[in-house]
Ligand binder design. Structure first.
Ligand code: BG6
Ligand code: MG
Length: 217
């Protein structure tokens, strides 16, 4: 078997938190009279909280903000976002993701999370799947967010595997670039498929289950 481990991005791969991020950032952008729409929100996939704020502020024309003010905006966004995460439950685990995790486990493939989010553990707990991963590398453990490969390299290290033996699953361009930069093969969903180096282009997560089952990657 080529891959002994799979490193999953979380947001956009195993769960769908885009709308929560959008609503929480929109409240912040409105507060400082800065344009923000779903297109800008999509560019924040895989990007850390503070880097996301900086990207939003690229359109900001008001009085310069101090570091403390920026910190407060990011903290307020996160508080609103976490309130919304409380709506999540085991019902957010789709049958397709559940099946993929089961098939992967049956084949003895190790599983990790490689996410830029500092809320990864909370989301996994809400979905009732935190115990199904051998390692969780997230925004709390890294200094450089995607497209830097740090989070995936850490996840691989936690699994005790070299990058060449791990497959990364990503939905964000920044994430697919991070996988390539770290020497990982990547399975892409959605925007990640715009990145040339992506090895397996998936239409949906079920495609990965079929690949894992049939050719026992
Ligand atoms: C990523 C999301 O998983 O986590 C990004 O795709 C988000 O949109 C980033 O900005 C950081 O998330 P958090 O939960 O730490 O604010
Ligand atoms: Mg993602």
């Amino acid at each position: 078997m080529k891959y002994k481990g799979i490193i999953f991005d979380l947001d956009g791969v195993l769960c769908h938190t885009d709308m929560f991020h959008y609503k929480a950032w929109k409240e912040i952008a409105d507060r400082i009279n800065t344009p923000f729409d779903e297109e800008i929100n999509n560019q924040l996939r895989g990007v850390s909280r503070m880097d996301s704020l900086e990207k939003i502020l690229a359109n900001y024309t008001g009085e310069a903000l101090s570091d403390d003010e920026k910190e407060k905006l990011a903290t307020d966004k996160n508080e609103r976002y976490k309130e919304m995460l409380m709506q999540m439950s085991t019902e957010d685990l789709t049958p397709q993701v559940d099946e993929l995790l089961k098939v992967t486990k049956e084949l003895g493939i190790k599983m990790a999370i490689g996410s830029s989010s500092r809320n990864a553990a909370l989301i996994l707990e809400r979905m009732g799947i935190i115990d199904r991963f051998d390692a969780i590398a997230d925004g709390n453990h890294i200094t450089n967010s995607k497209p830097d490969p740090e989070v995936f390299l850490l996840a691989a290290e936690m699994l005790g595997l070299p990058p060449s033996e791990c497959l990364v699953v990503e939905d964000a361009e920044a994430g697919a670039e991070a996988a390539a930069a770290g020497g990982f093969d990547c399975a892409g969903i959605g925007d990640a498929n715009k990145v040339e180096s992506v090895k397996y282009r998936l239409n949906c997560i079920k495609d990965l289950t079929d690949i894992v089952r049939e050719i026992k990657i």
